[in-house]
Design a protein around this ligand. Structure first.
Ligand SMILES: [Zn+2]
Length: 56
């Protein structure tokens, strides 16, 4: 499940219970909306592609 921190807007993907934002430590976060999740997945894909380029 993807979450968005309401304080710092950091997005993170976690399975199971989440207590705090891994970035700022805030407990004030919510499940990401469908659009936010799509954006997050696109970013992850782009990020993975870049790391592959570096190792190749
Ligand atoms: Zn945060």
């Amino acid at each position: 499940m993807v979450y968005t921190c309401k304080k710092c807007l950091f997005m993170f993907d976690r399975v199971g219970l989440v207590e705090r934002c891994p970035d700022c430590g805030s407990e004030n976060f919510r499940p990401a909306s469908k659009d936010e999740k799509a954006e997050f997945e696109r970013f992850q894909k782009e990020f993975n592609k870049k790391s592959e380029d570096r190792t190749a």
